[in-house]
Design a protein around this ligand. Structure first.
Ligand code: ATP
Ligand code: MG
Length: 267
């Protein structure tokens, strides 16, 4: 690493945006290791922007959606966790822990299929303790016709046979295709207005780095619940109301920030 790069990682511990800067660095490192595509940097920036207007914290509406998501994953016959470059770069360990806790395999699914990328992501997940990572053997992949892009290939042991798919940071086209295939879709997306957020059955509007550890914590608790109890949690969740709550929160939060900003400006 050159001096300039070294300086970049030396973020003062009391920096107000330290968490955001550290994860930004992980994304940049991921890009250097082939894990993250160039476009992934832009997607990350879009996420950061939305995180800002959510107060950079996990709000009540997200906890509510997480509860339903975990119950849904535990009820599934064949749950799968779809992994792209950004998610792998940001939180490989948490992905593996959640995968083991809810018994859902990790399937690598990327849009930009640059040579070596799948292997780079696989390596990262394996270093984090992941085993039997799906989506890595091109020769056995099958096509889902609903999708025309290069992400139409899915693993016959994973998404192909899944009933519930967990898709953090997914593109809208693919979410729509999964829905058309009859899958129950759980998303994590900081943008409550993205097509993925709108199409998903359960939309967790939160930063993936905060969501995953909370999901695991709740999964450990819910694993002792009876099926009926889990079903009740899923049935009582209303995603339309969820999105509505997020948007109401954002409006309130921005108004509050506006007052704060103006109180400084007009001091
Ligand atoms: P869509 O295709 O669903 O309409 P989009 O085209 O606006 O969405 P994409 O780049 O396809 O966006 O999807 C990436 C999504 O991931 C964005 O909505 C972005 O806000 C979100 N995102 C980025 N980083 C994070 C993160 N750390 N945690 C949660 N969501 C994130
Ligand atoms: Mg998109």
């Amino acid at each position: 690493m050159g001096d300039k790069e070294n300086n970049y990682v030396k973020i003062p511990k009391d920096h107000p945006r330290i968490t955001s800067l550290l994860y930004r660095h992980k994304i940049i490192e991921g890009m250097k290791n082939l894990v993250v595509a160039e476009a992934g940097l832009i997607a990350h920036g879009r996420g950061e922007c939305f995180d800002y207007i959510l107060g950079e914290k996990t709000n009540d509406f997200a906890i509510h959606a997480i509860n339903a998501a975990v119950a849904q994953l535990l009820l599934a016959q064949h749950p799968v966790i779809s992994v792209n470059g950004n998610v792998a770069a940001l939180c490989p360990e948490d992905l593996v822990i959640l995968s083991n806790t809810v018994n859902a395999p990790l399937e690598i699914n990327i849009f930009y299929r640059k040579k070596g990328r799948v292997n780079a992501i696989k390596k990262l997940l394996e270093e984090a303790g992941g085993k039997n990572i799906l989506g890595t053997d091109e020769s056995i992949m099958v096509e889902i016709e609903e999708l025309s892009s290069n992400r139409r290939n899915v693993d016959p042991k994973g998404i192909k046979i899944s009933d519930v798919v967990f898709i953090p940071l997914e593109d809208g086209d693919r979410t729509e295709a999964l829905k058309k295939l009859g899958k129950t879709v759980i998303s994590v997306d900081l943008n409550p207005l993205s097509r993925t957020a709108i199409w998903a059955d359960i939309t967790i509007v939160d930063n993936i780095i905060r969501t995953l550890p909370i999901m695991t914590k709740i999964a450990l608790k819910y694993k002792n619940y009876a099926k009926e109890q889990l079903k009740k949690i899923v049935d009582e969740f209303n995603n339309k109301k969820n999105i509505q709550n997020v948007l109401d929160f954002v409006i309130k939060y921005i108004n509050l920030q506006k007052e704060k900003a103006f109180s400084i400006l007009y001091k």
